[in-house]
Design a protein around this ligand. Structure first.
Ligand code: GTP
Length: 320
């Protein structure tokens, strides 16, 4: 069986990090975002097709260097074709029922169960659905039992047809390809509404779900993973205080207070008198002395200067 991962978006909302690293390769704790998806695939998936475009060379080089235990096929789009166009562009690889993923989803979804549900219900495809209190920022799905009967994109508050949103993980039949026109096409806006009569079902699940597309949701995904058993402490500490669940991998902590929900990757460091809370320090990121860092993404090599207080910021390494 094949799994298709849509991994060609520009990740504009995570700039400046995505100026130097494509979003699917940004680290979430111990591995790149896209590897959380690949590692969760059921055994029967032997081939992963990645629809790539933006920064494809970095993705190619990553998969050349890492054995994922499955055949990896990268298919490039010269110009990004949108989520629907990207699927059409890999059609030569899709000849049977396949999984399809937005490449920036972290969830507790049971993929075996999703596939069994799809096989039980038949039809052209099954969308995983996540329940939210306020769906106004999402693609909302209207249901009749298990069947999807309507779509609504980002409804104004109070006008949503349900509280179920498209969670960006699907199972499709190859017949889907007959319904994607050529060119730049949105799967969500253009294709889904046009195939309601082909049997589109919705699979609800519980646990956690995060679309890591924004700095805030990226940190939420990190927190979910930490709360679900992925914490680790391999920090080199000198009079440092560690609070709550964190992922600390060969980072240097000197006279600082860190946590909860901090990820600090190899080569990073935090100096005396600083506190760091709910943030990520990618490889080689440095927090100086007497800093306050909260809800921040520090890219590889990024620095917070002595005495600075930063909150809700995305910082990248600046060339001198
Ligand atoms: P933003 O620019 O911040 O909106 O991020 P994005 O470009 O990743 O867009 P979005 O989060 O809506 O995309 C959802 C998923 O679809 C991500 O995994 C993207 O990599 C992927 N994606 C979006 N557009 C394209 C495209 O044109 N081609 C391909 N191959 N993938 C895409």
């Amino acid at each position: 069986m094949k799994a298709l991962i849509l991994a060609g978006g520009m990740g504009t909302r995570l700039r400046p990090l995505t100026f130097s690293t494509p979003k699917p390769l940004l680290p979430l704790l111990d591995r790149p975002m896209v590897m959380h998806i690949i590692d969760s695939l059921p055994e029967e998936v032997d081939t992963v097709v990645l629809a790539v475009s933006y920064m494809k060379d970095q993705l190619e080089s990553f998969f050349r260097q890492h054995d994922c235990g499955r055949r990896i096929v990268l298919v490039n789009e010269e110009e990004p074709l949108g989520t629907g166009g990207a699927i059409r562009n890999v059609r030569q690889h899709l000849d049977d029922t396949f999984f399809c993923f937005n490449g920036d989803i972290i969830s507790s979804l049971d993929l075996r169960d999703l596939l069994a549900f799809h096989r039980r219900h038949g039809g052209i495809g099954t969308l995983s659905l996540w329940q939210v209190p306020d769906p106004s920022a999402f693609g909302v799905v209207g249901m009749d039992g298990e069947r999807i009967i309507d779509f609504q994109e980002k409804p104004a508050p109070g006008t949503a047809i349900s509280d179920l949103i498209n969670a960006g993980v699907y199972v499709f039949q190859p017949e889907l390809l007959d319904h994607i026109p050529s060119g730049v096409v949105s799967l969500e806006r253009k294709v889904f509404p046009s195939i309601l009569d082909r049997g589109l079902h919705g699979y609800r699940f519980q646990g956690y779900w995060v679309d890591c597309g924004t700095p805030e949701s990226y940190l939420r995904a990190q927190s979910e993973l930490l709360e679900h058993g992925r914490s680790m402490d391999r920090a080199r500490k000198r009079e440092a205080k560690v609070i709550g669940l964190n992922y600390l991998d060969r980072t240097d902590l000197n006279g600082c207070v860190i946590g909860p929900h901090v990820c600090a990757l190899p080569g990073s460091s935090i100096s005396e008198g600083s506190t760091v809370e709910r943030s990520v320090l990618m490889e080689g990121a440095k927090v100086g002395r007497g800093c306050r860092v909260k809800d921040c993404l520090l890219g590889p090599g990024a620095q917070v200067a002595d005495g600075e207080a930063v909150q809700g910021r995305v910082l990248a390494f600046l060339q001198p």
